[in-house]
Design a protein around this ligand. Sequence first.
Ligand SMILES: Cc1cc2nc3c(=O)[nH]c(=O)nc-3n(C[C@H](O)[C@H](O)[C@H](O)COP(=O)(O)OP(=O)(O)OC[C@H]3O[C@@H](n4cnc5c(N)ncnc54)[C@H](O)[C@@H]3O)c2cc1C
Ligand code: SF4
Length: 515
Amino acid sequence: MKKNKSKTLRLILGDQLNYNHSWFETVDDSITYVMMEIRTETDYATHHIQKIVGFFAAMRQFQNWLQLKKHRVIYLKLTDTTNLQSFEKNIEIIINSENFERFEYQLPDEYRVDMILKNFSARLLISNTVVDTEHFFSTRNELADFFEGKKSFLMESFYRAMRKKHHILMEGDSPITGQWNYDDDNRKKLPKNHKPTPPLVFNSDVTDIANEIAQTNIKTIGTIDAENFIWPINREQSLELVSFFVAECLPLFGSYQDAMAPQEWSIYHSRVSFSLNTKMISPLEVISMAIEAWQKKPDVIQYNQLEGFVRQIIGWREYMRGIYWLKMPEYSSLNYFNHQEKLPDWFWTGKTKMHCLKDTINQSLTFAYAHHIQRLMITGNFALLAGIHPDEVDAWYLGIYIDALDWVEVTNTRGMSQFADGGIVGTKPYVSSAAYIDKMSHYCGSCFYNKAKKVGDKACPFNSLYWNFYDKQEDKLAKNPRIGMMYSVWRKMKPEDKEALLQQADYYLKHINEL
Ligand SMILES: Cc1cc2nc3c(=O)[nH]c(=O)nc-3n(C[C@H](O)[C@H](O)[C@H](O)COP(=O)(O)OP(=O)(O)OC[C@H]3O[C@@H](n4cnc5c(N)ncnc54)[C@H](O)[C@@H]3O)c2cc1C
Ligand code: SF4
């Protein structure tokens, strides 16, 4: 006799659009999936309009795919009158009104949502369970186990362990080329007249979603061309983007990974973070496609380009997730330097005379994207030198980027970029004067400020702020073996030169909104 199955409700979050999840292998009438666009998610930060639209568009595409496959789906749109705008309230009503006997969900990647669903499930009177998202290479606690008993958490060690465990670019227990990391080959400036390959963008019409959002009072930043939405919103487009990347960008990815140029908003970067973070594609698929492309054309794609890319995904991305689950919830309130300042207003408008910041912020407002080195060495660098409170910095990064989800945003912003964790993620703060920015970019030549000047009229603000930062943080940084040399330079400077630098920095900080 056929046993009756429990009537089950399964929740799919907006960043759980894994088309290959085992949940969807068989169609079962006793199972209903629920997806929802809710205000708690649109309002926990001031998001870029493209971020909200992108998530909703990708969710709606996923819902269509589920329905085509004949799965049962309940989808609550943002403006549906029955939508109670919270996970718990919506799920509770659905369970009660349709007599579900079981509730299932996938492990959330955000601590905040994890807590909501854990507490909610604990209160539920029906049976419930949580399953893996089947997306990452490592489990939530794998990094914690790997570093157990250790004082430092070196990304490189975790990366090597991941390569070994998953047999990626390995021959037995050794890297196939005998060398693990090719970072030293990957720090070139773009040649003066070099024009990077134009990025592949899509042109999906998402005006219906943009209009629905416009009907609400949701506060957003940035702009959108809703008739030609540039980001991938389904698996097909996501895979197309990866194919484009491996063919057109991977051959120069590593070389120009740290390069910056005015108006060039993505250089040779992949822009796959949104597709990855929503799980429309998996990290294994992405690196497999890159490795296959290298195997087919080793003369076109040098190994250092490939290794640099693989490291970002199985190294940095998995590592940041592991740190997040090891250190949350404390991590999101760390403030090692006790910085207290507000972000300057121009972070929200791009209206500054500093060319590097103007370009990076404007492209962020236009595309909801900046590549890693712009996030780290332009906006992040400035915020750290200016002593901005990490909460302010986090809120900005969490809102403005299409790929920003707490687990990968807070570890990168508070950890890598602001050193607010005191050195868990990074071994030293990522700060620089104009010299580094000029070395890696073409911004300085056409800037209002003079990159070579430290004090006086039109002196580049990065120069005095840089020394001011080291001076103010001497007690916290002077013993750091990676920074000792900077302090010996600082100590050897003439007192009057030091004083002039500190006064210049003080002036700039007092007039930060006018820079
Ligand atoms: C201050 C700051 C904030 C950041 N916030 C986010 C964020 O909210 N979401 C996010 O996904 N990434 C974040 N990053 C990491 C990185 O900048 C982005 O992943 C990357 O710029 C996305 O663009 P891409 O896909 O073109 O990346 P590529 O340069 O093409 O790299 C390929 C992939 O590697 C992964 N990756 C590379 N670097 C990192 C890293 N440091 N941490 C985690 N994954 C990495 C990403 O999945 C990325 O898609 C942040 C970095 C900094 C310095
Ligand atoms: S001179 Fe200074 S502010 Fe201007 S682009 Fe260079 S680093 Fe940025």
